[in-house]
Design a protein around this ligand. Structure first.
Ligand SMILES: Nc1ncnc2c1ncn2[C@@H]1O[C@H](COP(=O)(O)OP(=O)(O)O)[C@@H](O)[C@H]1O
Ligand SMILES: [Mg+2]
Length: 379
């Protein structure tokens, strides 16, 4: 057989790239073939980015041309990886154009202090001059309205440029939207996965967030369908995982971390936070009681080479503040304020670092930290 474009195209119809049911000619992997005497230049466009998959196809092409057409053919490849288009993410980016960074707050178990952390970190960042929003996405127990003293708020619908939007409620300088605003307080909400993620996505897109430096997403506990669907479809810049230090919680935390790190999701973990680290009594403040075990989360972070953002002891006043609807971190010059200030600063530093390291197409860059300079300076 003569070595030319036609004969090469013909034999390449017998080559398949992994994961495709069509041959490499039909599926468009072979973009161009050029023949100069015995030199053959082949342009490939592949959507499987692994080196192994690429090498395999190239080796098969060389073999089949050598065996069937000309054993002396010198074959060169110019292989490009097809950009995977992510229409959903682009759509979200566009709609949330005023939001610089979305931070998911996650925990494997409920009741470990995820909402407490979210509210107190958000409050202290707002106090430092950042523009902060919270989306309370915890369908099992939306507690943020209570913690921010806006229980029973009824979201208002407004029109912006002819488009209907929901107005978030503002409390302590934080813009809040909660799934709790749409369900009765005493009504146990059991949403099926697809329904819940649809409702949550809608809440995110349709809320008039305006300009935000940080949007905290208080996720439901666990690693189920809702999480996968939510985290896959949003341009989340990073996740914080909150846990108590006890062993049973830690096993779940590992699972949570895996979820964020899996290939199809790939959300950087900004750090772990240990809540309810220990308790001290007023009578003997120097004695720490490690009720849930000592430093479990800290050790786990070390083990997995993930940032440890800090520990939050058990404070009666923190719990009371939450129940009362005023974030404990707003108590001037208190130990609680100090703890949340330090953890929040570390978190923002880590976020800025990650945003700078990751390709800008995948993330929303922090560009608007003007009022937030105290935090930014540290990084
Ligand atoms: N460090 C802490 N000290 C005292 N009480 C806490 C602390 N962290 C959380 N709590 C209390 O524990 C309960 C569960 O916390 P919450 O933040 O609602 O957990 P989650 O959102 O993970 O379900 C709440 O009543 C909260 O006030
Ligand atoms: Mg909660």
């Amino acid at each position: 057989m003569e070595l030319n474009k036609k004969s090469i195209s013909k034999v390449l119809e017998e080559v398949y790239s992994s994961g495709s049911k069509d041959n490499i000619i039909k599926s468009g992997v072979v973009a161009n073939i050029m023949v100069f005497d015995i030199e053959v230049d082949i342009n490939l466009i592949m959507d499987n980015p692994t080196l192994q998959a690429r090498k395999k196809v190239e080796a098969e092409i060389i073999d089949i041309i050598h065996q069937r057409i000309n054993s002396k053919a010198k074959i060169k490849f110019n292989t490009k990886i097809k950009k995977v288009s992510k229409p959903e993410i682009e759509r979200v980016n566009k709609k949330l154009s005023g939001v610089d960074s979305i931070i998911a707050i996650s925990s494997a178990k409920g009741g470990v202090g995820k909402s407490t952390f979210t509210v107190n970190a958000a409050a202290i960042l707002a106090k430092m001059g950042c523009k902060v929003g919270i989306l309370d996405a915890d369908i099992y127990g939306p507690s943020i309205p209570t913690m921010l003293d806006v229980e029973g708020y009824v979201p208002k619908s407004i029109k912006i440029d002819g488009v209907s939007k929901i107005e978030p409620v503002e409390s302590y300088g934080i813009k809040l939207m909660s799934i709790g605003f749409f369900t009765k307080l005493d009504q146990a909400v059991v949403w099926r996965g697809p329904m819940a993620s649809k409702a949550l996505k809608q809440m995110i897109f349709d809320t008039n967030w305006g300009e935000l430096d940080f949007l905290f997403l208080d996720l439901p506990p666990g690693t189920g369908d809702i999480h996968l669907s939510l985290v896959q479809s949003l341009p989340i810049n990073g996740a914080v995982i909150v846990s108590t230090p006890q062993n049973v919680a830690l096993a779940d935390v590992r699972r949570g971390i895996k979820m964020f790190q899996q290939y199809s999701i790939n959300i950087p973990i900004l750090g772990l936070v240990e809540n309810m680290s220990y308790f001290t009594s007023n009578e003997e403040p120097e004695i720490k009681h490690f009720i849930f075990g000592e430093s479990g989360v800290k050790y786990l972070a070390k083990d997995l080479d993930i940032n440890f953002l800090g520990e939050i002891p058990i404070f009666t006043s923190l719990r009371e503040a939450s129940d009362f609807g005023r974030p404990g971190s707003l108590q001037e010059n208190s130990v609680i304020e100090n703890i949340f200030r330090e953890i929040s600063k570390l978190l923002v530093e880590e976020l800025i670092k990650r945003n700078n390291e990751l390709p800008p197409t995948k993330i929303v860059k922090i560009t608007n930290l003007v009022g937030c300079s105290a935090v930014k300076k540290k990084s």
